[in-house]
Design a protein around this ligand. Structure first.
Ligand SMILES: [Zn+2]
Length: 627
């Protein structure tokens, strides 16, 4: 009897072991797979002192910890502390020298022999940006904290357990720096207040940990939540903001005629930032397009009225095109605000300059900055860690809008990005797109890695998986990840699911290396009444090949050579052209030979990728003329 139970027990134990292992492994998976994100509600009262360019702030924060981890600390960004000599932003400018961000530098040399100097190092002490914490409590209990540069590190009095929330109250005072980068007082067009990254802002905590990144110059990340903001300011000011005005009849610009200090009340929901501007010379104009959000224009109309008026129909069409192409804009309003130092995206608004050289310049800038609403605010990727994801897609959308809305009908609407990338490549200035935004060695390296090579990445993804699959991928990416924080891995996952192709190599090689693509038509020769073609891969990244022949009558035909790595074939992007699919080309093979069943004399031209979507560094050897 005993022996029998023992045997059964042993069998059962074996069974338990197996099932526990199964349970354990599925548990581990769900830890990785289950997406969560934090939530925050800000309730702010801001009192602006227009005489000395300071403001006093009070915020009550409700922070919901949706993570599976207990938090013992939280971090806030105090961005404007960067505008003090010897801040990390200043140090980076000093060490970068002539390769630094010239937006925050002055040339103390000559045009031929420049010597760029950090403007932060030249600041007068009365202009230092400073964010001073006056008091900070958690559920009424004072908190221990320390400020290191632009980061406020807070020891919690009470840890925040998973799936619980906590309340903070903070009083602070801000000394507003001049606009050296993005926000501050008195920009070059004399806008008094450009209030961006202007409040103590909770750092994001996610699967990758705390994003308590120092403000060194590059862009942002944030916690999704709701903003309820009251701004009290002198009665002769007009305030514009990324949010809905709650009391239009009490405030200047929206219908009110205040006699003494006025309080603007804005609310914006399910967003990860809030920005505003204020000036005495502003007007507020409202546009309600057929499709898209109620759009506010807050600017100096007297000076810049012409293009700002002419741009409105383009903005109306922009919402329609973007909604149709990428997914629906998620907020009730959008504000185009004059301020800052060029153009920068914020929650439900942008700050741009008033002056523009042409209508198209202004429109294109708005397409870009408002395009970020899709790629940074709604699909909220981290601009510090993967700048290429939002800038690349935004620049892609911008060029698409430029092409369609200005009716340009270019062969490749993304051509300028290829030009910029290839030019930087020829100068040895390309750095991996995956470089952390602040860590690019040069300004050009950043602009290529984050913007242009990244835009090429998306255009070229269309070449690899087919345009229809690319459009499906981007829509699916939007629908799956709107109002969340995806990473490039999530995009890769969707692109693979949609196309049925393996794209791991592309997301690795084109993103994390500076390897190049260079294909060549090595030889075309007659073999009897047939034509033999030899192609050669001279580059480091292998690609599928669209090989075009053009016969003596001008009729094109495509020979498609899939890359073995893909484990799949793209649909024909040009259904009106005859396409023949050839056997796969493995990346380990440098040459590929195939035969066309027609005499060489039938053909006029042979081309590798006539669509110019392949980022081939040398197109000269992609063409063979049969003379
Ligand atoms: Zn951008």
């Amino acid at each position: 009897m005993f022996e029998r139970i023992k045997r059964i027990f042993i069998r059962m134990k074996h069974f338990f072991l197996v099932s526990w292992t199964l349970f354990y492994s599925s548990f581990a998976w769900s830890q990785i797979d289950a997406y969560w994100q934090q939530h925050i509600d800000y309730k702010m009262d801001i009192e602006v002192n227009t005489k000395d360019f300071t403001y006093d702030g009070n915020q009550v924060i409700t922070y919901q910890n949706n993570s599976p981890n207990t938090l013992h600390k939280v971090y806030f960004h105090l961005y404007w502390n960067a505008f003090q000599p010897n801040s990390m932003m200043d140090q980076k400018l000093v060490t970068s020298g002539n390769d630094g961000d010239t937006k925050i530098m002055q040339n103390k040399g000559t045009k031929e022999n420049p010597k760029w100097v950090s403007e932060i190092s030249l600041l007068d002490p009365k202009d230092y940006g400073k964010q001073e914490i006056i008091s900070l409590t958690q559920k009424g209990k004072p908190l221990q904290y320390q400020i290191e540069g632009t980061i406020l590190e807070v020891e919690l009095a009470q840890p925040i357990l998973p799936n619980t929330s906590s309340q903070f109250e903070m009083k602070w005072k801000t000394f507003i720096p001049p606009v050296l980068r993005r926000g501050g007082k008195n920009n070059t067009e004399e806008v008094d207040f450009s209030m961006t990254q202007w409040y103590p802002k909770m750092a994001e905590y996610d699967y990758d940990g705390w994003h308590a990144d120092e403000y060194i110059g590059k862009e942002f990340h944030g916690v999704f939540g709701n903003f309820d903001v009251k701004i009290t300011i002198d009665p002769d000011y007009v305030v514009g903001a990324g949010g809905e005005i709650q009391n239009p009849n009490e405030v200047n610009g929206y219908g009110g005629k205040p006699k003494k200090k006025q309080t603007y009340h804005f609310i914006t929901k399910n967003i990860h930032d809030f920005a505003w501007v204020a000036d005495k010379d502003f007007v507020v104009e409202v546009q309600q397009p057929k499709i898209g959000p109620k759009t506010y224009y807050v600017y100096n109309k007297e000076k810049y009225g012409t293009y700002w008026k002419e741009v409105k129909p383009y903005v109306a069409k922009f919402w329609e095109l973007m909604n149709r192409t990428f997914g629906e804009y998620q907020y009730p309003t959008y504000s185009i605000l004059q301020g800052g130092d060029g153009g920068m995206e914020y929650g439900a608004c942008t700050l741009i300059m008033g002056k523009h050289d042409s209508l198209e310049d202004l429109a294109s800038l708005i397409f870009h900055e408002a395009g970020h609403s899709w790629f940074q605010h709604i699909i909220a990727t981290d601009e510090n860690t993967e700048a290429w994801l939002d800038e690349g897609l935004t620049t892609y959308a911008q060029d698409l809008c430029d092409d369609v809305l200005f009716n340009k009908r270019q062969n490749n609407p993304f051509g300028r990005a290829y030009g910029a990338y290839l030019n930087a490549h020829s100068r040895g200035k390309v750095e991996p797109m995956s470089t952390l935004a602040d860590h690019f060695k040069t300004k050009l390296g950043y602009s290529i890695g984050a913007y242009f090579k990244a835009e090429v990445f998306f255009s070229q993804l269309g070449y690899i998986i087919g345009e229809e699959n690319l459009q499906k991928t981007l829509k699916e990416y939007f629908n799956t990840w709107k109002l969340k924080h995806p990473t490039s891995r999530d995009l890769k996952h969707i692109a693979q699911e949609v196309s049925g192709m393996n794209l791991r190599w592309y997301f690795n090689q084109f993103v994390t290396t500076t390897d190049i693509i260079d294909y060549k038509i090595k030889e075309v020769k007659a073999i009897g009444d047939k034509t033999q073609v030899t192609l050669e891969n001279l580059g480091g990244i292998a690609m599928p090949i669209d090989f075009y022949t053009i016969d003596q009558t001008g009729k094109p035909q495509i020979f498609y050579i899939p890359l073995k790595l893909l484990r799949g074939e793209k649909p024909n992007d040009y259904p009106n052209l005859d396409r023949k699919v050839l056997p796969d080309w493995g990346w380990t093979q440098k040459e590929y030979i195939f035969t066309i069943d027609q005499p060489l004399s039938n053909f006029k031209t042979f081309v590798i990728d006539a669509s110019t979507r392949l980022a081939d560094v040398n197109y000269d050897n992609n063409i063979y003329e049969n003379k």
